[in-house]
Design a binder for this molecule. Sequence first.
Ligand code: G
Ligand code: G
Ligand code: MN
Ligand code: NA
Length: 253
Amino acid sequence: SELESDLRNALVNAEFEVYYQPKVSATDRTIIGAEALLRWHHPVRGMIAPTEFIPLAEKQGIIVEIGAWVLRQACQQAQIWHDAGYPFFQIAVNVSAVQLTESDFSAVLSKTLDETGLNAQSLEIEVTETSLMTDVELTISILEQIKMIGVGIAVDDFGTGYSSLNYLNMFPVDYLKIDRTFVKDLGTSSDSKDITLSIINMAHRLHLQVVAEGVETEVQATFMQENACEYLQGYLFGKPVPADEFTVLLSHK
Ligand code: G
Ligand code: G
Ligand code: MN
Ligand code: NA
């Protein structure tokens, strides 16, 4: 398609931008980090959502280059916030299965941390539940290398795949992000409440910290806080915004 060929030029033409969405502590609601989310400003079609172009980029393999670029931008920006004196702050970067397994990803990570000066503890990668399952043995060995570097690992969109929590125990992960489909229905569905509670409890038994995604209402936030979920992310605390707008959020704390 036309979009596919445009995608090849988008990096060169500087059409990508990284947005940042705050992640807060559930107990005191202070910003403890941000998730980096890619945006494509297409010269003709305007803003194109990642759900539209990431799958294309994965198919073409160009996600490896794009992902390396996002990682570098995010690490550079986090280091700028550190240098400006904002308190400890962790940046989370989404990594697709293709990028994780078809590039020398841990080498790219080390190099990026070296070159940007960012501390490994200030970085976290997010890997979706389903992408963990594409090549289990290979994924485990790559995640182990990433852990050795000191970078945190989160399982993204948890609950949408088919893995049991016990299965997750095989992977050296630190955080579990509860998919927003469960969070959305918390006020209305007792099933969603039950599922959410069992995810939190089992995650804690596996020594994982929990992030609730897509928190839009105070009812959802309070439910998560009262049930010991550690971190919250969602429109209630802020939409993904460009770096300069995020700096304003940090300054207003
Ligand atoms: O930002 P938004 O909520 O529209 O993101 C939609 C989807 O695109 C999410 O699943 C998110 O994880 C994914 N996504 C956003 N940015 C990146 C990125 O830099 N790399 C990868 N692999 N996925 C991303
Ligand atoms: O799959 P991943 O968690 O990486 O996706 C992040 C996506 O979720 C982004 O597209 C982001 O814009 C979207 N998002 C973040 N917070 C909320 C929210 O509170 N409500 C909704 N509907 N979407 C959200
Ligand atoms: Mn994510
Ligand atoms: Na998610």
